[in-house]
Write a protein that binds this ligand. Structure first.
Ligand code: FES
Length: 286
């Protein structure tokens, strides 16, 4: 069993969970994820690791409450336990000295891209961190990023902070920097990953996205997480989760992610008087 150290909502509908998981904390690397079950008979869902503390034996996850399992997680309080935390899974993000790296985080990705940003900075890169969201009240960990980023940029749909709009504004932001961008890395919901990839494709900037398809075992055995990249079938759990965003078949991935949407919504409707106002708006588990 894995004990809950911290469980709290950090901004509306976005939750931070710190768990005692010493074996995972010992091995975790930037870009990896865990598969968890919130209860014995529960489903298995993949969640990116947003931080870890090897000394304390803890890992921290930031996730969005979008379905039955994340709703159950959100109800946990300090001292409770969950039955399954498997990981770290997936390949770590490649950390090298690239030059200038633009890191884009949206939604839960504002959390999960943090260890990648930190490691790239330690590797000697200049890092530009861009976080995006519908409104500034959905941002978190801004202080953490300001402390390590060479430049910190925000985009909000409603213009309450930084640039107004969506990640489609990336080309003008990149052009406004005093240095060429050598690599873009994106964590967040599938729409965000796609839109960043679409924006950087004409600029021919290598763009790596952390894919978040539905997963079951997370070890390459069930095939549920298959994605098409460069015309080849890949399993996100063992070949990824990072892939070349310019090669991903986004239409297929977006379609596959909707597979269990009705099953996600029905139990929530029956367990609550009304559907949660934020359910499925972003369409990601985190
Ligand atoms: Fe089963 Fe990837 S989750 S093969």
């Amino acid at each position: 069993m894995f004990k809950v150290v911290t469980s709290r909502m950090i901004v509306p509908n976005m939750h931070l969970l710190t768990l005692e998981a010493p074996a995972v904390a010992r091995e975790a690397k930037p870009g990896q994820f865990v598969i968890i079950r919130a209860e014995e008979e529960g489903e298995r869902i993949p969640l990116s690791i947003s931080d870890w503390d090897e000394q304390m034996g803890t890992i921290t996850i930031v996730y969005m409450n979008v379905g039955r399992t994340t709703d159950r997680l959100a109800s946990l309080v300090e001292g409770q336990e969950i039955p399954t935390v498997v990981g770290p899974l997936g390949n770590a993000t490649d950390i090298e000295k690239y030059g200038t790296v633009l890191l884009v985080g949206g939604c839960y990705g504002i959390g999960s891209i943090f260890p990648i940003a930190r490691a790239l900075k330690e590797a000697g890169n200049k890092i530009v961190v861009l976080i995006e969201g519908r409104s500034s009240y959905l941002f978190y960990w801004e202080d953490r990023y300001k402390a390590i980023a060479d430049k910190f940029v925000q985009i909000t749909r409603d213009g309450t902070k930084g640039y107004k709009g969506h990640v489609d504004r990336l080309p003008e932001i990149i052009k406004s920097l005093d240095t060429p961008v050598d690599r873009v890395i994106v964590n967040g919901c599938t729409y965000c990953l796609k839109r960043v990839s679409d924006a950087t494709r004409p600029m021919e900037i290598p763009t790596w996205v952390s894919l978040n398809p539905i997963m079951i075992d997370g070890t390459g055995m069930c095939g549920v997480c298959r994605v098409s990249v460069g015309g080849e079938t890949r399993f996100a759990c063992v070949h990824g989760p990072d892939f070349d965003g310019h090669q991903v078949n986004w239409e297929e991935l977006l379609q596959r992610r909707k597979t269990y949407m009705p099953e996600e919504v029905v139990p929530l409707r029956t367990s609550k008087s009304e559907e949660h106002p934020h359910q499925h708006r972003e369409g990601c588990h985190g």
